[in-house]
Design a protein around this ligand. Structure first.
Ligand code: FES
Length: 93
């Protein structure tokens, strides 16, 4: 799993490339307190992404929160964008 960044239309994205070559993109704004995942740091490990700001952990398949410091499960989730790669250029839908 590899994490990268992309920009477009005044938005910043986190792009994740799985070992099988699948691409996923997420708005770089963390659903918790809107920290920029590309600025505060994030780590992709297996099938999850962790925001380094407060440690919320997201499922990369669904975008759902799977680990967080609080007691009640947050409803926020990463918005997954469809990524098309064409000749080394990425397009998000
Ligand atoms: S802003 Fe990302 S976990 Fe708090």
């Amino acid at each position: 799993m590899v994490c990268g960044t992309a920009e477009g239309d005044d938005l910043e994205y986190v792009i994740v490339v799985a070992k099988n070559g699948d691409y996923r993109a997420f708005d770089a704004s963390c659903p918790h307190l809107a920290a920029n995942l590309n600025d505060v740091g994030r780590s992709c490990c297996g099938k999850t992404l962790v925001c380094d700001s407060h440690g919320w952990e997201f499922d990369l398949e669904t975008g759902a929160v799977i680990r967080f410091p609080g007691k009640s499960l947050p409803r926020e989730k990463l918005e997954i964008l469809r990524v098309i790669e064409l000749d080394g250029e990425f397009e998000m839908e």
